[in-house]
Write a protein that binds this ligand. Structure first.
Ligand code: ZN
Ligand code: ZN
Length: 470
């Protein structure tokens, strides 16, 4: 997952941040609609393999699908295992269906390498891997004030990993998943202008906070280091450990960031190599973009210009959570990239003061929803909350909250209850329901018909994944 959310103290802060816009709902208390309504929605971006759950936990998810992202080396096989147990198969393998034994939530297999951990990878071939010192110094280019700090951390940092074999495996994993008929994407990949390398846990004794806490060290030397890393613990990103680390029994979680940022050029090379594979194999991309809207758009436009129709007509890109993108910038991006979608989340999107105007600015056909959660038990609630928020930002009707004319059809003799929402089937793009918003009245004026949120999000997801044509 991208962030630790449990007990998130910023939950209350979010409400005041969005005072001027349309506030997101309280996801922990929002009432859920009937199960069949949730089954029409897909979580376009989550990190379900961060935790291990029994199959029954996935069986209990009411959503129709989850796009389960991989971020680091070990995730790739976890994603493969989860999606082979409960994948979501396309129409060329109708006998396999979706979920476990054709039941329950279906998992979209997403393979890829997240920008937060790109410092672990070298672009050198496996035969010429640089030393740790050479790799981290040439990557971070520390200022003279940070040079000693980096030197002291080097023994605790992992050896650089050649990205070349990881790319080969990425291609094999995606191709293998496609050959099984499973819905497959590249993700999570992207760019992050604010991500900093985590302080290695094994070097925590060198961090001033740890020294303060344990009072093991001379206070003066602690203060000196502290002045160098003071801004290294409030980055807003509590990043997941990239490497396996053994936690001591009963040891509290210890997370701090270093001042070292991975340069955009290195992130971009790692991103481009992965996007090339997505285009080659024709799979969609789940794209992370935080604090670097401009470079992200540049990266996508370069792919569009290089690959033309193979990019714009064969694959779609989901800008997940749209981290900090302004409404104006989004509109520009949407015009430049006809295959760009965005999926707001309660956890991340709501942090931006302009979040509700951003959602309002996203075209009806380009909206998806996501949780970005590591805990699949929260997906129903988070995705429903995102849909509810979208409905208010866009002024759309919401199934389960607003009464659809078909809900009152009591021809089966049942008495209408508040929870009653008539079942529906996915609106295909080329039947008349696609044009349902426009109707002409007796004066020849266009009458705007209601837009229904879940139906719209469902059709968008199906179009995004190529399950319907339009
Ligand atoms: Zn994510
Ligand atoms: Zn992300």
């Amino acid at each position: 997952m991208c962030l630790q959310h449990e007990g998130d103290p910023s939950a209350k802060k979010k409400k005041s941040i969005n005072r001027q816009g349309v506030q997101p709902p309280n996801w922990e208390e929002i009432p859920l609609p009937p199960d069949h309504v949730l089954s029409h929605l897909t979580d376009a971006h989550c990190h379900s393999t961060d935790l291990t759950h029994a199959p029954e936990v996935y069986d209990a998810v009411k959503l129709g699908g989850l796009a389960s992202m991989a971020t680091v080396v070990d995730d790739q096989d976890r994603t493969k295992a989860l999606s082979s147990e409960r994948g979501w198969c396309n129409s060329s393998h109708p006998e396999k269906g979706k979920g476990r034994d054709g039941k329950g939530v279906g998992v979209v297999a997403c393979f890829g390498y997240h920008p937060w951990f790109t410092h672990l990878y070298t672009l050198s071939s496996p035969n010429s891997i640089p030393s740790k010192e050479d790799h981290y110094f040439s990557l971070f280019q520390p200022s003279s004030k940070h040079s000693d700090l980096l030197k002291s951390l080097i023994p605790y940092l992992p050896d650089p990993i050649s990205f070349e074999p990881l790319l080969e495996k990425l291609r094999d994993d995606i191709r293998g998943s496609l050959n099984q008929g499973r819905l497959t994407m590249l993700g999570e990949v992207g760019l992050d202008g604010s991500a900093r390398m985590r302080w290695p846990k094994k070097a925590k004794h060198l961090h001033p906070d740890y020294k303060d806490q344990h009072q093991h060290q001379d206070q003066n030397s602690g203060a000196n280091v502290k002045s160098l890393v003071d801004d290294g613990k409030e980055g807003g990103h509590e990043q997941k450990e990239a490497e396996e680390e053994e936690e001591g029994e009963g040891e509290e979680e210890w997370k701090r960031l270093t001042p070292f940022k991975v340069p955009m050029s290195h992130q971009r090379e790692i991103l481009d190599e992965q996007m090339e594979i997505a285009i080659e194999l024709g799979v969609n991309i789940s794209f992370h973009s935080v604090s670097c809207a401009g470079p992200s758009l540049d990266a996508l436009i370069s792919m569009r210009d290089k690959h033309k129709m193979n990019f714009t007509n064969k694959i779609n890109v989901d800008l997940h959570s749209a981290g900090g993108w302004s409404p104006e910038f989004w509109k520009q991006a949407e015009k430049n990239l006809l295959n760009l979608y965005a999926s707001p989340s309660i956890f991340i999107t709501s942090r931006s003061p302009s979040a509700s105007s951003l959602i309002a600015s996203i075209s009806k056909e380009r909206l998806l929803v996501e949780s970005d959660s590591h805990d699949v038990r929260l997906s129903d609630r988070l995705v429903w909350s995102a849909a509810e928020w979208v409905s208010r930002c866009k002024g759309w009707k919401l199934e389960g909250r607003d009464t659809n004319p078909s809900d009152n059809d009591t021809s089966d003799g049942n008495i209408h209850t508040q929870n009653r929402v008539a079942e529906w089937t996915l609106c295909r793009g080329n039947d008349d329901s696609a044009e349902e918003e426009e109707e002409v009245d007796e004066h020849g004026d266009i009458v705007q018909k209601d837009v229904w949120t879940v139906r719209t999000l469902e059709r968008n997801w199906a179009r995004f994944m190529g399950l319907v044509d339009d």
